[in-house]
Design a protein around this ligand. Structure first.
Ligand SMILES: [Zn+2]
Length: 135
Protein backbone atom coordinates (compact mmCIF):
# COMPACT_ATOMS: atom_id res chain seq x y z
CA UNK A 1 0.00 0.00 0.00
CA UNK A 2 1.42 3.37 -0.99
CA UNK A 3 0.09 6.78 -0.19
CA UNK A 4 1.57 10.03 -1.46
CA UNK A 5 1.87 13.53 -0.14
CA UNK A 6 2.56 16.92 -1.68
CA UNK A 7 1.96 15.62 -5.17
CA UNK A 8 5.61 14.66 -5.51
CA UNK A 9 6.23 12.29 -8.38
CA UNK A 10 8.88 9.77 -9.18
CA UNK A 11 9.53 9.81 -12.92
CA UNK A 12 10.98 7.18 -15.12
CA UNK A 13 11.53 7.61 -18.84
CA UNK A 14 8.00 6.63 -19.67
CA UNK A 15 6.00 6.78 -16.47
CA UNK A 16 5.55 8.81 -13.37
CA UNK A 17 4.52 7.43 -10.01
CA UNK A 18 3.27 9.10 -6.92
CA UNK A 19 6.21 9.48 -4.55
CA UNK A 20 5.47 7.29 -1.58
CA UNK A 21 5.56 9.02 1.78
CA UNK A 22 4.12 6.04 3.60
CA UNK A 23 4.89 2.47 2.72
CA UNK A 24 3.15 -0.17 4.71
CA UNK A 25 5.00 -3.41 4.90
CA UNK A 26 2.80 -6.37 4.34
CA UNK A 27 5.18 -8.58 6.18
CA UNK A 28 6.66 -7.67 9.53
CA UNK A 29 10.30 -6.74 9.24
CA UNK A 30 12.35 -7.03 12.37
CA UNK A 31 13.03 -3.60 13.81
CA UNK A 32 15.84 -3.61 16.33
CA UNK A 33 14.30 -1.09 18.72
CA UNK A 34 10.88 0.47 18.51
CA UNK A 35 10.68 2.32 21.78
CA UNK A 36 11.69 5.86 22.54
CA UNK A 37 14.93 6.05 24.49
CA UNK A 38 14.53 7.31 28.03
CA UNK A 39 16.66 10.44 28.14
CA UNK A 40 16.34 13.79 29.82
CA UNK A 41 15.67 15.47 26.48
CA UNK A 42 12.96 12.97 25.57
CA UNK A 43 11.22 13.40 28.92
CA UNK A 44 11.24 17.17 28.34
CA UNK A 45 9.86 16.60 24.87
CA UNK A 46 7.06 14.34 26.10
CA UNK A 47 6.11 17.00 28.65
CA UNK A 48 6.25 19.84 26.09
CA UNK A 49 9.17 21.29 28.04
CA UNK A 50 6.83 22.42 30.80
CA UNK A 51 7.20 21.91 34.51
CA UNK A 52 4.58 19.29 35.33
CA UNK A 53 3.77 21.04 38.58
CA UNK A 54 3.63 24.76 37.81
CA UNK A 55 3.86 24.89 34.01
CA UNK A 56 6.89 27.11 33.66
CA UNK A 57 9.37 26.46 30.86
CA UNK A 58 12.31 27.92 32.74
CA UNK A 59 15.10 26.18 34.64
CA UNK A 60 13.90 22.69 33.88
CA UNK A 61 15.24 19.53 35.39
CA UNK A 62 14.04 15.97 35.87
CA UNK A 63 11.97 15.02 38.88
CA UNK A 64 11.45 11.51 40.19
CA UNK A 65 7.75 11.45 41.17
CA UNK A 66 8.54 8.82 43.80
CA UNK A 67 11.99 9.97 44.95
CA UNK A 68 14.76 7.57 43.95
CA UNK A 69 15.94 7.56 47.57
CA UNK A 70 12.62 5.93 48.39
CA UNK A 71 12.74 3.33 45.68
CA UNK A 72 11.27 5.35 42.81
CA UNK A 73 12.30 3.90 39.47
CA UNK A 74 14.21 5.66 36.73
CA UNK A 75 11.37 5.08 34.29
CA UNK A 76 9.00 6.93 31.97
CA UNK A 77 6.25 6.44 34.52
CA UNK A 78 8.25 7.95 37.37
CA UNK A 79 10.12 10.78 35.65
CA UNK A 80 8.61 14.15 34.86
CA UNK A 81 9.82 17.55 33.75
CA UNK A 82 9.98 19.93 36.69
CA UNK A 83 11.47 23.34 37.23
CA UNK A 84 14.24 23.61 39.79
CA UNK A 85 11.99 25.56 42.12
CA UNK A 86 9.29 22.85 42.22
CA UNK A 87 11.92 20.15 42.36
CA UNK A 88 13.48 21.78 45.42
CA UNK A 89 10.08 22.40 47.01
CA UNK A 90 9.04 18.78 46.49
CA UNK A 91 12.34 17.54 47.86
CA UNK A 92 12.21 14.03 49.18
CA UNK A 93 8.43 13.74 49.11
CA UNK A 94 5.83 12.28 46.82
CA UNK A 95 3.52 14.83 45.14
CA UNK A 96 0.75 13.90 47.59
CA UNK A 97 2.97 14.47 50.59
CA UNK A 98 4.25 17.74 49.20
CA UNK A 99 0.73 18.86 48.30
CA UNK A 100 1.72 19.25 44.66
CA UNK A 101 -0.45 18.20 41.77
CA UNK A 102 0.97 16.66 38.58
CA UNK A 103 -0.58 18.16 35.45
CA UNK A 104 -0.56 14.79 33.74
CA UNK A 105 0.26 11.26 34.74
CA UNK A 106 3.67 10.42 33.27
CA UNK A 107 3.48 7.87 30.46
CA UNK A 108 5.76 6.00 28.12
CA UNK A 109 5.51 7.85 24.79
CA UNK A 110 4.92 5.84 21.67
CA UNK A 111 7.43 5.95 18.87
CA UNK A 112 4.64 7.28 16.66
CA UNK A 113 4.13 10.27 18.91
CA UNK A 114 7.77 11.25 18.58
CA UNK A 115 7.91 10.48 14.89
CA UNK A 116 4.94 12.75 14.30
CA UNK A 117 6.69 15.51 16.16
CA UNK A 118 9.84 15.11 14.07
CA UNK A 119 8.08 15.06 10.71
CA UNK A 120 5.75 17.93 11.48
CA UNK A 121 2.07 18.03 12.19
CA UNK A 122 0.62 18.01 8.70
CA UNK A 123 1.44 14.51 7.65
CA UNK A 124 -2.13 13.34 7.86
CA UNK A 125 -1.46 10.47 5.53
CA UNK A 126 0.15 8.76 8.52
CA UNK A 127 -3.05 8.78 10.51
CA UNK A 128 -4.37 5.53 9.11
CA UNK A 129 -1.23 3.79 10.24
CA UNK A 130 -0.60 5.25 13.65
CA UNK A 131 -2.43 4.33 16.73
CA UNK A 132 -3.31 6.92 19.34
CA UNK A 133 -0.53 7.68 21.77
CA UNK A 134 -0.02 4.96 24.31
CA UNK A 135 -1.34 5.55 27.78
ZN1 LIG B 1 7.60 24.28 38.53
Amino acid sequence: MVRSSNGHKIRTVSHSYAMPSVIRLNRYVHAPYKGVTLTRQNVFKRDNSECQYCGTRRDLTLDHVIPSSRGGAHSWQNLVTACKKCNAKKGNYTPEEAGMQLKRKPFKPSYALFLRDITGSNHNEWDDFLEAKSA
